[in-house]
Design a protein around this ligand. Structure first.
Ligand code: PRP
Ligand code: URA
Length: 211
C-alpha cells in the first residue's frame, strides 16, 4: 500500500518492472506492447483478486467427499475502451469464467473531460465483484466517470486495475470514490500540460492497437 494514498497498491515485482520498462520504450512495437500489457495484467489481477471472498461447497474427489471453496461473487471485468481491452485480454487467460462488460470512453483533447459513447453491462452486476480496467490513470476523469456509471447501474464491490497512475488521478479518484481500491504497476511523477503522464508511455490506446 502507498503511504500517501491509502486506497492505492503499487506492485513492486522484478518481472513487472522488466516488462513495464519495455512497454515504456518508444521503440517497442504495438504487437509486443500488446503481449506485455496482457502479461502484466495477470500479475495485477493476481494481487487485486487476493482479497476476494470465498465460500465452502461440497464436492466429491474420485476418492472421497471434500469441502471445496469457490468465489462468493462472480467476477465482472469492465475495460474502458480502447486500451482497457489489453487488461481484460490478459486476465481472461487466467480467469476465463469472468463476465466481460464494456465502457466506451475517450478524453476530449481540449478539455480533457471524458466523453462516453458505449455501455454494455450484465443486469445482475450488483451481485458481482467489478474490476474496472484502464492502463492509464491520468487526471482520473475517465475512471471516476466510469465508476460513477457502474455504481448508477448497481455495481457495489468496485476495484480499479491500472498500469500507470499519476498522483493527480489517484487523488481525484480517492476524492470521488473513496470506497474504491486501486492496483497499479507504477505511480509516476506527474502530468504534463496536455494531461499525459510523465514519464508514462504515451497514448496507451494508440500504442496497444498501433493506430
Ligand atoms: C486514455 C486512457 C484512459 C484515459 C485516461 O484513453 O486509456 O481511458 O485516457 O485519462 P484521464 O485519467 O485523464 O481520464 P483515451 O482518452 O486516449 O481514449 P482511447 O483509448 O479511446 O484513445
Ligand atoms: N491517456 C493515455 O493514454 N496516456 C496518458 O499519458 C494519459 C492519458
Amino acid at each position: 500500500m502507498s503511504d500517501k494514498f491509502p486506497n492505492l497498491t503499487v506492485l513492486h515485482h522484478p518481472v513487472i518492472e522488466h516488462k513495464l520498462a519495455r512497454m515504456r520504450d518508444v521503440n517497442t512495437p504495438h504487437f509486443q506492447f500488446q503481449t506485455l500489457l496482457e502479461e502484466i495484467s495477470i500479475f495485477l489481477f493476481y494481487e487485486a483478486s487476493a482479497a476476494l471472498e470465498t465460500v465452502p461447497y461440497p464436492l466429491d474427489t474420485p476418492l472421497e467427499p471434500l469441502t471445496g471453496r469457490r468465489l462468493k461473487h462472480e467476477v465482472l471485468l469492465v475495460p474502458i475502451l480502447r486500451a482497457g481491452i489489453g487488461i481484460s485480454s490478459g486476465i481472461t487467460k487466467v480467469w476465463s469464467e469472468a463476465v466481460v462488460g464494456m465502457i466506451g470512453m475517450y478524453r476530449d483533447h481540449d478539455t480533457l473531460q471524458p466523453v462516453d459513447y458505449f455501455l454494455r453491462l450484465p443486469a445482475n452486476l450488483g451481485d458481482m465483484t467489478t474490476f474496472l480496467l484502464d492502463p492509464m490513470l491520468a487526471t482520473g476523469g475517465s475512471a471516476a466517470a466510469a465508476a460513477a456509471k457502474l455504481k448508477e447501474k448497481g455495481a457495489r464491490r468496485l476495484v480499479l486495475i491500472t498500469l500507470i497512475a499519476a498522483p493527480e488521478g489517484v487523488a481525484h479518484l480517492a476524492e470521488q470514490h473513496p470506497d474504491m481500491k486501486i492496483y497499479t504497476a507504477a505511480l509516476d511523477r506527474q502530468l504534463n500540460e496536455k494531461g499525459y503522464i510523465l514519464p508514462g508511455l504515451g497514448d496507451a490506446g494508440d500504442r496497444y492497437f498501433g493506430v
